[in-house]
Design a protein around this ligand. Sequence first.
Ligand code: HEM
Ligand SMILES: *[C@@H]1O[C@H](CO)[C@@H](O)[C@H](O)[C@H]1NC(C)=O
Ligand SMILES: *[C@@H]1O[C@H](CO)[C@@H](O)[C@H](O)[C@H]1NC(C)=O
Ligand SMILES: *[C@@H]1O[C@H](CO)[C@@H](O)[C@H](O)[C@H]1NC(C)=O
Length: 494
Amino acid sequence: MELSQILVYSFLLFVSMTLLWFFKRLKKSQLSKDQFIFKTLAPLIYNYHHVNEVTTTLFETVGETVPIGGKIFTCNPDNIEHILRSNFSNDSKGADFVELVDIFGDGLFNIDSHLPQWQAEKRMLNYELSFKDFKSFAANVSLKEVETALVPVLQHLSKEKCVVDLQDLFLRFAYDNSFHMIFGINPNLLSPSFPENVFAEAIDVVMETIKCRLIVPVTIWKLFRSLKLRWEGRYCKAVKLIDKTIHDVLTVKKKEMAKGVATTNDLMSPFIRSQGENDKFLRDMTFNAIFAASDTTSSGLTWFFWLVSQSPTAKANILDEIDHVISFDQSKTSKIKVFNQEDVKNMIYLHAAFCESMRLFPPVYMNQRYAAKDDVLPDGSTVKAHTKVRTFLYVSGRIKRIWGEDSNEFKPERWINEDGKIRPELMSKWFIFNVGPRSCMGRDMAFSNMKMVAATILYNFNVEVVECDPTYTKQSMVLFMENGLKVKTSEKIG
Ligand code: HEM
Ligand SMILES: *[C@@H]1O[C@H](CO)[C@@H](O)[C@H](O)[C@H]1NC(C)=O
Ligand SMILES: *[C@@H]1O[C@H](CO)[C@@H](O)[C@H](O)[C@H]1NC(C)=O
Ligand SMILES: *[C@@H]1O[C@H](CO)[C@@H](O)[C@H](O)[C@H]1NC(C)=O
């Protein structure tokens, strides 16, 4: 047989195996027609529920930088750093990417960093986020949410011996927390009746649609959008719901402010005061802030708990550290111990465990930038002007050349040096929060909140995983488990 024949046969074999596999899955899970279309067509481009496995295999077989369909895919950390720091001349996401994620409007996520508007928004937000009263308010809000919502719900679930989806619980926590921090208004999604989390569900639909748009040809999704077909129809409804929710909350907030009864230390108050008439600005700012803070944090927490459940050693080390750090007189007075921001500051091992879990499962696992000019990446790959470069952090975090032969293992120790500090040299290969002009503005807050939640749950509760498939991920821009992380909890005694 000739080589070309072999190639053709292997390709046909691959296609039929893939189809077979998807038909099997289809039967098993009663997929909708939309999902069916995606499950049979998309895998040939990239298999969306297993995008991380597919891209890992791709990069392992072809190399760390691969041109695909006019785009460049890379997982090479030097390339990613080059792109994210200002070297990618204009740090643009590309006009069509911005259209693809139109839900973000003119918010920070979407505008190019060379535009005065971005610089102004970034300055305002930076000022707000670093304001002493805001920081104190935000820390109080998170502590209160853990103390008066998360812990009581877990106690209730433990008593009733219910199975609960931790991913869903963390989403509720994160949305309550960020709405409260951003508006001073708490939707109470963690109240024991578990009210429907419609906002998060709408964001789910939006993220699914964005992922579809990334996969199918541009003309197709635009056609679907103009006809409001399928996922584009659902998207349209979801966007309306999101806009209405934000509009309603802003209206209540403005009324409260006019009456002088509103909390004033929340994030949006100063913006409402200065931009009260500019509804589009307020809507975009709010949506970007809520999304930035909620989905990412809950994703980070979910994967952390999955990994810790698989590693008794790491769990023992975390508990050991907590025992050393807390003041014991406090712990004896009440049965439940809730850790605040100050308590978790010195928990280095716990910090390392989050670095490690987000290395293995980055909440924002894929990103895109657009080359304004011709460029050469550090590994020698050339990028023509107007090319999109997609970066895959999930794969970067597992490259053996960088992280060693044990790169797929969860080992928080690798982050700690002889002085008991986080190793700075590893940080320069880890872009979970982005680097350069567009790096995450909520990084410290995210760490602090996640550590508060993790320390409080691990210290007071046993968490036993009942059901979880970590390889089956959601169709989303944020890394979630499709079927959640089902656990049983029980309160520790004594
Ligand atoms: C585990 C949690 C988090 C992760 C992994 C994360 C990750 C990221 C990443 C990758 C970006 C860059 C997105 C881009 O390509 O433009 C980003 C931007 C941003 N993040 Fe976070 N984030 C987290 C939590 C938070 C929190 C809690 C806040 C809120 C206070 C926040 C606020 C922001 C903002 C405002 C930006 C926009 C920066 C800009 O475009 O200039 N993030 N984050
Ligand atoms: C950009 O890359 C060039 C070489 O590729 C280097 O000389 C220059 O210092 C870099 N600039 C920045 C801002 O990193
Ligand atoms: C946060 O809580 C502390 C202690 O309860 C209190 O002194 C402080 O005023 C609170 N900060 C804000 C901004 O509400
Ligand atoms: C790049 O930035 C400059 C201003 O610094 C701007 O004039 C130009 O339009 C930008 N180019 C692209 C392709 O975004």
